[in-house]
Unconditional design. Structure first.
Length: 97
């Protein structure tokens, strides 16, 4: 096993791993059946599906707000394009909700 690790190091297999050069996160996993799963998701930069959906909803709502705020400054042609984009984004938001 040690030989395989050394060979992998020599090939550079570990050079681009996330967190390289940073201290290990030694926080406890917590208690409960899902603690390890949550820890692994967090370490991988992932989140639970319902949290990701919530983040998507907030991101789309912010884009819709921006489109509404920009609308008065647009030319009629730009406004037509913005309206189409707004309706597409609103349909996506509707599906998520």
């Amino acid at each position: 096993m040690d030989k395989q690790i050394r060979e992998a190091q020599e090939r550079g297999d570990f050079d681009n791993l996330p967190g390289r050069g940073k201290p290990l996160d030694l926080t406890s996993w917590g208690d409960g059946d899902w603690a390890l799963a949550h820890h692994i998701l967090k370490q991988a930069g992932e989140t639970l599906p319902w949290i990701a959906v919530g983040q998507d909803i907030e991101r789309i709502q912010a884009r819709l707000r921006t489109l509404r705020e920009e609308a008065p400054t647009l030319t009629p042609a730009e406004r037509a394009h913005a309206r189409e984009r707004y309706l597409r984004e609103a349909a996506i938001l509707d599906r998520l909700l």
